[in-house]
Write a protein of this length. Sequence first.
Length: 229
Amino acid sequence: MSGQTDLHDAADQRGGLMSAAGSEQNPPSAPSSPHPRGRKRKFYLVEPQFGMGFRLLNRGRIFPPERPAFWRPEGQRGFGDYPEAPAFVADRKLGPVHRDFQVYYGFWFVSERMKSFLQALDPEAFAFLRCDIQSPDGQELPSRWLCDVVRILDALIEQKSAVEIGVADDGSKIYRQIGLPKFFFKESVVGNCHAFRMKYAVSEIICDEEFKLAFTAAGMTGISFGATR
């Protein structure tokens, strides 16, 4: 990526019905034990393979007029309460339907086995919302899940990373990427976390090499892993 990119403003481009959501002020904490010493730990940007073969069917019943899309509770990540489960039709004419991982308006949209993978690997990092799925002829299909990465870490080593520090419209601190991704993270902050958002660039979701290797070994599909340096 050339030039400057405001990482804060790219949120929707990347990348009980409600599970517990984490507060942005006090998000779920990182595991306390550090990553074992040895060769340098690698981190990656989680990037979707674009194309979406699912269409929301019950928008009018689950969204009030003042909120025409999925929303997060005030000051938190995760999902709001909805009167019924979101229902999608899976239609190959619209795009891919087989991938374990896709993105729907800024949220991850994952298969049942991807949800199980995420919960087993890093259970405190994610919130989920179950979605009903049907075929174009109305046949019931396996559920899928909207997923939000709720862990937010202030882990970037700013002096070594290729970012400029800016100010958002609300006065908060933001990072602006300079040129190609070049991010360095504090191991003392990341600890044993395998996935997290960057505090001052919350649209950017970072995973470690263990996440990448486990995802690939499980034969799952839909993620491209971008180098962070």
